[in-house]
Write a protein that binds this ligand. Structure first.
Ligand SMILES: [Ca+2]
Ligand SMILES: [Ca+2]
Ligand SMILES: [Ca+2]
Length: 184
């Protein structure tokens, strides 16, 4: 099975969000820069435990992507490599489910800047902001994804949203707001 046009648009959006310096490749520096940007907003010093923890999560995330997707081993993941990997990965629904609902939801950890196990609207806005996405999209995502209306996104809620982002063809599914509004 190959990716649907909607999936391709979503993945292109995700790629653009992850490519912090906008050079068309995902590399280690995109991941470290995002942490640096969050640290600036949160006024964390480089010596703080928050900084160290967020950096560790980001680099774990990068290593996972590099190992899976960097087919030519040049320490960067091109858009083509990213899409080829996504195409193979998304074909395996069980793998997608266990990734989305897995204990190591690295995207969740990256967004949960204060590590309290929940993502607040402010934490989510900060994440979008450092990815260069219009932060107004944060409220849209919460409207759909915060199923129990607690004002926080839990790991379960994020798991559902991530699965929808990867698989759902419904433009109103919560996950399809994960990296900002998609134009119809
Ligand atoms: Ca980049
Ligand atoms: Ca590569
Ligand atoms: Ca939090």
């Amino acid at each position: 099975m190959s990716l649907t046009p909607f999936q391709k648009r979503k993945l292109a959006r995700m790629f653009a969000a992850l490519d912090v310096d906008g050079d068309g490749f995902l590399q280690r520096s995109d991941y470290t820069r995002r942490v640096e940007a969050v640290a600036r907003l949160k006024q964390w010093t480089p010596e703080s435990p928050e900084y160290a923890r967020n950096l560790r999560v980001a680099l774990q995330d990068w290593d996972g992507l590099r190992e899976s997707a960097d087919a030519d081993d040049d320490e960067r993941v091109s858009f083509d490599e990213f899409m080829r990997y996504a195409d193979i990965f998304l074909d395996d629904r069980d793998a997608v489910r266990s990734y989305s609902r897995g204990d190591t939801q690295l995207l969740f950890d990256a967004m949960d800047a204060d590590a309290d196990g929940k993502i607040s609207l402010e934490e989510y806005r900060t994440y979008l902001q450092v990815c260069g996405i219009d932060e107004s999209a944060a409220e849209d995502f919460f409207t759909y994804a915060d199923l129990d209306e607690s004002g926080r996104i839990t790991r379960d809620e994020m798991g559902h949203a991530m699965e929808e982002f990867l698989l759902s063809e419904n433009p109103k599914a919560a996950g399809n707001f994960l990296f900002g509004r998609l134009d119809p």
